[in-house]
Design a protein around this ligand. Structure first.
Ligand code: BGC
Length: 723
């Protein structure tokens, strides 16, 4: 179909057909009237006519070649103009081969792995009939109370941007998602959804334009620059106006300033939510505001189909606005060649071959092992010795709830638990297991069994955590400790005086003070996915050396939240030598610093940093500054290290963070090996958003810092001159 043909098609469409083209409905609506009764939750009470369904533009959440093909076939029989459906779904960290949750993926600091996992997800989902994935989620996150931090790669603007780009490339390939085995990426949630007040999901976001541009927007922009074809709005407000009705955000910034041409979709129900938000009196006004703001597709509420014909007839909305939105959707269908191949790559035979293939499961296992963060390892308790008898104790020891949220197609029954992984790798005879306690309740019988197992073991692994539904959407919590019953279990295990390793399964940074004290070694396993248990066995037994580093700070307590590494200095910074001074920016009852900082993570080997130097003391706007540092593997095992580079602008026009990540390199060093790592810095790397909304740098003094995490850094200083 040619460009001209899309316009001709639009000319043939009635206003009702156009409105329906902008509608997205979930799968149950396409299963016939009898199935619609089974729809629950926010769908209750949605009354959509058969006519509107026959003209709907896209489907949410359908998958499986048999199902998508059946829906498409029926649709083409019923749609007057033969316009095929687009199938969209949340393929976030895998389709059926589930990879670690995105926050864990961030901790790999490995863009190749991120791209590869997105590519595997795309391959499996596309043969199952999915066209568009609602991913990556690139919201900057700083508040672990918010359950959706697990969907993001973390608290750093730069890191989120490079991960966003890697994931988009992985999902879409080089063809913008059109080639076989690829998906279209829809980046979300525009904008600043990651900053809800109090960490409560859907809550108000109130950031300045400076903060928005400087910290929150770059990752969305990076996803679009990498070619992401769609954008999803957010539930929250931006400058006092809900994002989904925010013309500044979508018309002025996204379309005019950034030049984005693809379709914008609302988040689930967000168009109609303009009413409870208090910016629309009724459905018609919600539709009007969203359309005028630039939302092309309405997900799961029906204000568009209910109101568009009337709004256009009354002259409140120009038909051109509707036509533009329809055109964007039809162009995407055209780009995917759906008019010629409406079933695209959906293929039941290929599903058998591709989904959960050995190759995919191996990729998931490798990625999971590289995403688990070693936070403590006293007396080198880890790695375990093969001949040791190990008691794996805790509610997550043999639990399959380790896939994490957004793994709706994952198969819990085929997920490798920690106990299964260890038994397969170390031999069943060496592994004892016991539940020890329920997730939230102490149970004396379980405890007794656990202590008996512990008695027989050389070393104990406590498998603790949060159930997956405690994080993810609507998974906000004010208590971010491991539940008391599990902490008590750990305290009892401690009394055995045996070496004690804690392995944690959870989707957010937690307050781990007590856990850290009561354990010799600590592994943050996140929700590691389908091969979680095997990956952990690789790590605990030492065939994989841990290399992951945190991409979100772990607070000392919930009272410190939000705590993040790239904060400003304040006029009264807490500083050395002023301990007795009351009037400083600090807490009376807690350090300012987190328990585990951004970028932190240990290895079974040790790395030494030396010889850090800058090749210039002053640069002009045209020069390149080179920073070099030598890293030596001073231990006895080969290992990978994430070398991090930070910059500080000492006196800007606006206040600047104490440090900002500007680059990193993940290197492999054999035991005893040394390598010099080089980073280059140019004037453009020093630019930032100024109070007058210009993006530029300041002349003056800068620090450059390199090291293994955001806390332990070597520093050099240089000046940027005006010319
Ligand atoms: C979530 C989105 C998701 C959408 C569709 C919403 O509730 O906020 O992240 O893409 O549902 O499933």
């Amino acid at each position: 179909m040619q460009t001209q043909d899309v316009r001709t098609l639009i000319e043939q469409m009635s206003i009702e057909e156009k409105a329906a083209q902008l509608q997205q409905l979930a799968t149950p609506f396409f299963k016939g009237a009898s199935d619609r009764g089974a729809v629950t939750g926010p769908l209750i009470g949605m009354d959509v006519s058969d006519d509107a369904i026959a003209n709907t533009g896209s489907v949410l959440g359908a998958c499986g070649a048999a199902e998508t093909n059946r829906i498409q076939q029926k649709h083409l029989e019923e749609n007057r103009l033969g316009i095929p459906l687009l199938f969209m779904a949340d393929i976030v960290h895998g389709y059926q081969t589930i990879f670690p949750v995105p926050l864990a993926m961030g901790c790999t600091w490995d863009l190749e792995l991120a791209g590869q996992s997105a590519a595997v997800a795309a391959k499996e989902a596309s043969v199952s009939g999915v066209h568009v994935t609602f991913a990556p989620m690139v919201d900057l996150v700083r508040d672990p109370r918010w359950g959706r931090v697990m969907e993001s790669t973390g608290e750093d603007t730069y890191l989120n941007g490079v991960f966003a780009a890697a994931q988009v490339k992985g999902f879409q390939g080089d063809s913008g998602g059109t080639e076989v085995g690829k998906l279209i990426s829809c980046v979300k949630h525009f904008a600043a959804y990651g900053a809800p007040e109090g960490g409560r999901d859907y809550n108000t976001v109130d950031v300045s334009e400076l903060t928005l541009r400087e910290q929150y927007l770059p990752a969305y922009r990076a996803a679009l620059d990498a070619g992401s074809e769609m954008m999803m709005t957010a539930f929250n407000t931006v400058f006092g106006v809900p994002a989904t009705g925010n013309a500044w955000l979508m018309r002025d910034l996204l379309r005019k300033e950034w030049g984005f041409q693809g379709p914008v979709i609302s988040d689930w129900g967000a168009v109609k939510e303009l009413i409870p938000h208090g910016v629309a009196e009724d459905s018609a006004e919600a539709a009007e505001k969203s359309l005028k703001a630039g939302v092309d597709i309405e997900m799961m509420t029906t204000t568009y189909i209910e109101s568009i014909p009337e709004l256009v007839r009354n002259g409140i909305l120009e038909e051109e606005v509707i036509d533009e939105a329809v055109e964007r959707i039809l162009r995407l269908k055209q780009k995917l060649n759906l008019f010629e191949r409406p079933y695209r790559h959906a293929d039941e035979a290929l599903e058998q071959e591709v989904i959960r293939s050995q190759e995919h499961l191996e990729a998931a296992r490798k990625t999971a092992a590289d995403s688990c963060v070693l936070l403590k390892n006293e007396n080198e308790v880890l790695p375990l010795q093969k001949e040791q008898t190990v008691a794996v104790i805790g509610p997550f020891a043999d639990h399959t709830d380790i896939l994490g949220q957004w793994s709706w197609r994952g198969k819990p029954e085929e997920t490798v638990t920690l106990v299964q992984g260890l038994k397969t790798t170390a031999g069943a005879g060496n592994i004892l297991s016991a539940e020890g306690s329920r997730v939230e309740e102490t149970d004396e019988t379980l405890l007794k069994e656990a202590l008996q197992a512990a008695e027989k073991a050389d070393v104990i692994i406590a498998a603790l955590g949060e159930p997956s539904e405690w994080s993810g959407e609507a998974g906000s919590r004010t208590d971010i400790t491991i539940p008391r019953a599990q902490r008590e279990l750990l305290a009892r295990l401690r009394k055995t005086n045996k070496p004690l390793v804690s392995v944690l399964f959870n989707g957010r940074p937690l307050d781990l003070q007590e856990i850290t004290e009561h354990t010799d070694a600590l592994v943050e396993a996140w929700f590691p996915g389908s091969e979680g248990g095997s990956a952990l066995a690789d790590l605990l037994l030492g065939s994989v050396n841990p290399s992951a580093k945190l991409t979100m700070s772990f607070p000392q307590s919930v009272g410190q939240v939000p705590v993040y590494y790239n904060h400003f200095n304040t006029g009264r910074p807490k500083s050395e030598g002023r301990d007795g001074d009351r009037y400083l920016s600090k807490y009376l009852d807690s350090p300012n610093e987190p328990l585990f900082p951004f970028g932190y993570g240990m290895s079974y080997t040790t790395f030494q940093y030396s010889g850090f130097h800058l090749d210039k003391t002053e640069i002009t706007r045209k020069d390149t500054l080179n920073a070099k540092v030598t890293i030596t593997n001073t231990g006895t095992r080969d290992g990978k290290e994430v070398v991090q580079l930070y910059v500080r602008d000492h006196a800007g026009e606006a206040v600047r963070p104490l440090k900002e990540l500007k680059g990193f390199q993940k290197i492999h060093l054999a035991a005893g090996e040394s390598r010099e790592v080089a980073f280059s810095i140019k004037e453009e790397d020093l630019r930032y958003w100024h109070p007058d909304m210009t993006y530029r740098s300041d002349r003056g003094t800068f620090s450059v810092m390199a090291g293994p995490n955001s806390r332990d850094l070597e520093t050099g200083v240089f000046k940027l001159s005006d010319n």
